[in-house]
Design a binder for this molecule. Structure first.
Ligand code: SAM
Length: 286
């Protein structure tokens, strides 16, 4: 059965309509499904954390290739369907929770140990209404992950895959660059889903660095500086930092930038990650 027919069959059988508020767009393109699993280089040594398995389309391929698959799904209806569908798989587990609220760290450590697996990876077709918070949680919680391969909106993928200083760069570009190497691995049209979302999508792969790309005294200060720098897109970095009250007055901000040899007229997206790290250390020491 092809994936479109299979998806419609499952939705009919369980009387399911996709929930827009939960970001439910089910993948019905088998080339993309296999493309995601291949890009993630899933093997029997891997623990896979799948966020939002939905009807289980991606899950069924992951179960064949991975050592263990732990799914985290908020919608109880989906949990019932996949529990039914994959009841015969000994390497399947589903947790009925909000991914933003679970302790991923304990899930990963427990499963790596109990199943004697070498590494953990996240593989998912993410709910788009919370793409950025999910990715930032995965990175900022310093989870023991080797890679994150996820489907996101195309324009988000472009910002995630951009290098600092590139024309699509935003606050998240710098945060990602601090933790990982990133690349777009597949472009996906909206016709690959039921129902079709309004936007096109792309699969992005983040390969986590063994240690962050730059060293700073205090990580939260670095993320705060990056966030404030990008809060007012059209302003210069100096104005954004001053308006965001990163230091007490404008003179102090200008003095800092002069000392760090950073042009007073520069905009945030032209900075290097190293320069953000220098600003964060200066602020922390002031
Ligand atoms: N993986 C399936 C596929 O590719 O066909 C479904 C992907 S759909 C884009 C996103 C899934 O995330 C839905 O099943 C939705 O119920 C689930 N979801 C939405 N919010 C969630 C949350 N906060 N925590 C966990 N799962 C969530």
């Amino acid at each position: 059965m092809d994936l479109i027919r299979e998806t419609k069959f499952i939705m009919n059988k369980y009387n399911i309509t996709a929930s827009k508020s939960l970001g439910q767009n089910f993948l019905v393109d088998s080339e993309v499904v296999y493309g995601i699993v291949d890009s993630a280089e899933v093997s029997k040594d891997d623990l896979i954390i799948e966020i939002g398995p939905g009807l289980g389309t991606l899950t069924s391929v992951l179960l064949e290739k991975a050592g263990k698959v732990v799914c985290i799904e908020l919608d109880k209806r989906m949990v019932n369907i996949i529990s039914d569908r994959f009841s015969l798989y000994s390497n399947f587990e589903v947790i009925n929770e909000d991914v933003l609220k679970v302790s991923l760290n304990s899930i990963i450590e427990k499963n790596l140990k109990e199943n004697n697996l070498k590494q953990a990876k996240v593989v998912a077709n993410l709910p788009y209404y919370i793409t950025t918070p999910i990715i930032m949680k995965l990175l900022e919680d310093r989870l023991n992950l080797s890679s994150i391969t996820v489907m996101v909106q195309k324009e988000v993928a472009e910002r995630l895959a951009e290098k600092p200083g590139g024309k699509e760069s935003g606050a998240i570009t710098y945060s990602i660059n601090y933790f990982a190497d990133s690349e777009i691995v597949i472009n996906v049209p909206n016709t690959s889903f039921i129902p079709a979302p309004e936007v096109n999508s792309a699969v992005i792969k983040l390969t986590l660095l063994k240690k962050p790309r730059v060293t700073v005294i205090d990580e939260p200060t670095l993320f705060k500086v990056i966030k404030i720098a990008f809060m007012q897109k059209r302003k210069t970095l100096a104005n954004s930092l001053y308006n965001g009250k990163i230091l007490e007055d404008k003179e102090k901000v200008e003095e800092m930038l002069e000392k760090l040899n950073i042009d007073l007229k520069i905009r945030a997206e032209k900075l290097t990650l190293e320069q953000f790290a220098q600003i964060a250390d200066y602020v922390k020491n002031t």
